[in-house]
Design a binder for this molecule. Structure first.
Ligand SMILES: [Zn+2]
Length: 263
């Protein structure tokens, strides 16, 4: 970002911005961009537009949290859009065959019927045909850890509190790294990314923190992500559990058959 700004604004201007000194602004205050505007001759609108032009040709590193038996499936098959009918079949299979879910068996069909009726009544579609990715993996660990701890949000809600333990005992918490072509995003989403980048650059340049704020930015995609875009994955050791007041939980398993085939 510093190199890009130096090319656009000149080294002297960037050096001036870097010597502004600490500002009494919270990290996500939009006044950071006003500050950038006030200390450059370039219009912020043009600066954002030019950054958007360059970002459109780039890949954006994003993340997806999930709980899975073997993360290798994403490297082989990619990350598919949500299919509620497949998810329903999978939960029936899991509950009917895995011993830890046995106490839930008598109630499953009744619960499914209640959830189906609620969807029909409210016109909800359970995110059918969508896949979510986030801009910041730390957010998936600190504030949105349910995906890595419990897997599908819908399955977790369907099974209720009695399902929490069994869901946490199967598979491995996983964060997928997905290098997404920026061309997959809308102009509004790319503009948001560009403004976030500029805002964080000026925040860091002025206040020189040794930390980076987490970003809540996420993207909803309506197409399958092919295997070549799933560039890596990792298994976090500790995740804050949003279902239990964001209490940190140790993961237990931090390898899967893909990354440790002989373990
Ligand atoms: Zn793995």
């Amino acid at each position: 970002m510093t190199a890009w700004l130096s090319r656009r604004l000149g080294d002297d201007c960037v050096a001036k911005l870097q010597s502004l000194g600490e500002q009494d602004l919270y990290c996500d205050d939009s006044k950071w961009l006003d500050l950038l505007q006030n200390h450059t001759e370039e219009s912020l609108v043009i600066l954002v537009a030019d950054l958007m032009d360059d970002i459109r040709l780039a890949k954006i590193r994003t993340y997806h949290g999930c709980r899975v038996l073997d993360a290798g499936v994403y490297h082989r098959e990619g990350l598919k859009r949500n299919d509620p009918s497949k998810l329903k079949s999978a939960v029936r299979q899991m509950v009917s065959t895995e011993a830890e879910f046995a106490p839930l068996r008598p109630h499953l069909e009744k619960r499914l019927a209640v959830f189906d009726a609620a969807d029909d009544h409210e016109g909800t579609t359970r995110d059918e045909g969508r896949v979510h990715v986030g801009f910041d993996d730390q957010e998936l660990l600190d504030h949105c850890g349910a995906y890595a701890l419990y897997g599908s949000e819908w399955v977790c809600a369907l099974l209720g509190p009695l399902g929490h333990g069994p869901l946490r005992h199967r598979g491995v918490p996983t964060i997928l790294q997905i290098d997404l072509p920026a061309s997959w995003l809308s102009a509004e989403e790319i503009e948001g990314v560009c403004r976030d980048m500029l805002q964080e650059w000026i925040h860091h340049a002025a206040n020189r923190r040794d930390w980076t704020p987490w970003l809540a930015t996420s993207f909803i995609l309506r197409r399958d992500i092919p295997p070549k875009m799933v560039t890596s994955h990792y298994h976090p050791e500790v995740i804050n559990d949003p279902l239990y007041r964001l209490t940190p939980r140790k993961s237990g398993a931090v390898v899967c058959p893909h990354c440790a085939p002989n373990s």
